[in-house]
Design a protein around this ligand. Structure first.
Ligand code: DAT
Ligand code: MG
Length: 141
């Protein structure tokens, strides 16, 4: 058993479409628990820190702009190997490629010929999860 925590975000597209409940339903149905839950209107500074690894890439600025365009739901999930498991549940980054059954495969839309609006974020490593949880839920870190 490797009990982990992961930072999940329901991005502005998913939040605006009322998909927060569906994302939480899938997390709970899979057996993971919620360690923290909140609604945020992220600042540009917060998003630049969250996506620091992507700074300088062509999609970085549109990504930060999109992510600051409306409220997001932030969820810290907890459970055995939940970091990898949520990545599998989310599906491939590009909703067009994401397998049916995954969150992005079932619910994602490809808008404006890019993959930015892909419903959810999930941490991709233990280090990333710790760093991201500290950004969104400093009291928990
Ligand atoms: P993931 O969210 O699957 O971990 P990532 O960390 O590589 O993907 O990228 C972060 C986000 O940036 C991703 O969820 C959507 C956006 N993005 C990634 N690649 C992109 C691209 N080629 N064009 C537009 N947006 C992109
Ligand atoms: Mg990523």
């Amino acid at each position: 058993m490797t009990i982990e925590r992961s930072l999940v975000l329901v991005k502005p597209d998913g939040f605006a479409r009322g998909l927060t409940g569906e994302v939480i339903r899938r997390i709970e149905a899979k057996g993971y628990t919620l360690a923290a839950l909140g609604v945020f209107t992220p600042t540009v500074e917060q998003l630049q820190a969250h996506y620091a690894e992507h700074e300088g890439k062509p999609f970085f600025e549109p990504l930060v702009e999109f992510m600051s365009s409306g409220p997001v739901a932030g969820i810290v999930i907890e459970g055995d190997s939940c970091i990898r498991a949520f990545r599998v549940m989310a599906g491939a980054t590009d909703p067009t490629e994401a397998a049916p059954g995954s969150i992005r495969g079932d619910l994602g839309r490809e808008w404006n010929h890019n993959v930015t609006k892909n419903v959810v974020h999930g941490s991709d490593s233990v280090e990333a999860a710790q760093r991201e949880i500290a950004i969104w839920f400093p009291d928990l870190a």
